[in-house]
Write a protein that binds this ligand. Structure first.
Ligand SMILES: C[S@@+](CC[C@H](N)C(=O)[O-])C[C@H]1O[C@@H](n2cnc3c(N)ncnc32)[C@H](O)[C@@H]1O
Ligand SMILES: [Zn+2]
Length: 139
């Protein structure tokens, strides 16, 4: 008999002190839980680069680079995961499994905490990080 996959934890979108909207835990989330997948159209990098430039001109990163060939564009077919902000001291990490990008808890996350992961951006690095006062990182 097949064991059904576990229910995903409850998360919610609301205003963030980091930037715009963020995503918050609505209940405690245990370490390593697969919280949500970063949804979006699967596009080849040679196509996603023009999109990325267009989005960055508006100050937003929506394209998640999976590998040397593929990216996911959360501006097309994205889910709530596209509102998860970056932090240099994040409480989540991402794992790519067959072109699915899983956002996973890197420690126990309490209800009410904002979810963050390290974007590990390879692009233009024009956006100053606001994860803490004086953070030198650029996204
Ligand atoms: C995937 S979106 C996240 C959702 C975004 N907060 C919103 O409301 O649309 C990524 C964008 O959020 C902003 N962002 C995310 N984390 C940030 C941070 N730590 N510091 C400054 N801006 C951040 C940047 O503008 C980035 O391009
Ligand atoms: Zn930072």
């Amino acid at each position: 008999m097949r064991v059904p996959p576990p229910m995903p934890p409850k998360i919610t979108r609301r205003r963030s002190t980091l930037h715009g909207f963020g995503v918050f835990a609505a209940e405690p989330i245990t370490k390593n839980t697969r919280i949500i997948d970063y949804a979006g159209e699967l596009v080849r990098n040679d196509q996603s680069e023009a999109r990325e430039e267009r989005y960055l001109a508006d100050g937003c990163i929506w394209v998640f680079r999976i590998n040397r060939t593929w990216s996911r564009d959360a501006a097309v077919g994205g889910n709530i995961a596209r509102f998860i902000n970056h932090s240099c001291t994040p409480n989540c990490w991402f794992e790519v499994v067959d072109r699915t990008i899983w956002i996973r808890a890197s420690r126990l996350i309490q209800a009410g905490e904002e979810l963050t992961y390290d974007y590990a951006t390879v692009g233009e690095k024009t956006i100053p990080c606001r994860c803490r006062p004086g953070c030198p990182t650029r996204l």
